[in-house]
Design a protein. Structure first.
Length: 100
């Protein structure tokens, strides 16, 4: 009986880890920087579908940035990957990185 419980626990753990990895993999969104507004801590990004945000179609949107220092890392025309979350005040970029 203990062996069955251990096997079931191992399967549950490995399934949970696999699903977590898949969710994290889908969270990054590729985009192009269209506009930077340092005074308002906002960034306009033209991006493809953003499944992690519930957006199935490509679009251009204005995002707030969690850390205004992110805006100094990029310039208009840069290709980037980013992660964002939905908040009461709109969508906020939580991670921003130049594409390689």
């Amino acid at each position: 009986m203990r062996k069955i419980i251990r096997i079931a626990a191992a399967l549950a753990l490995s399934t949970g880890l696999s699903l977590g990895a898949l969710a994290a993999e889908g969270a990054s969104i590729t985009a192009e920087v269209k506009k930077i507004d340092e005074a308002a801590s906002k960034l306009t990004l033209k991006h493809g579908p953003a499944k992690s945000l519930g957006m199935d179609e490509p679009m251009t949107m204005v995002y707030r940035v969690k850390d205004p220092a992110m805006l100094k890392q990029v310039k208009i025309g840069d290709k980037v990957s980013f992660e964002a979350e939905e908040a009461a005040s709109g969508y906020t970029v939580t991670r921003l990185q130049k594409a390689k």
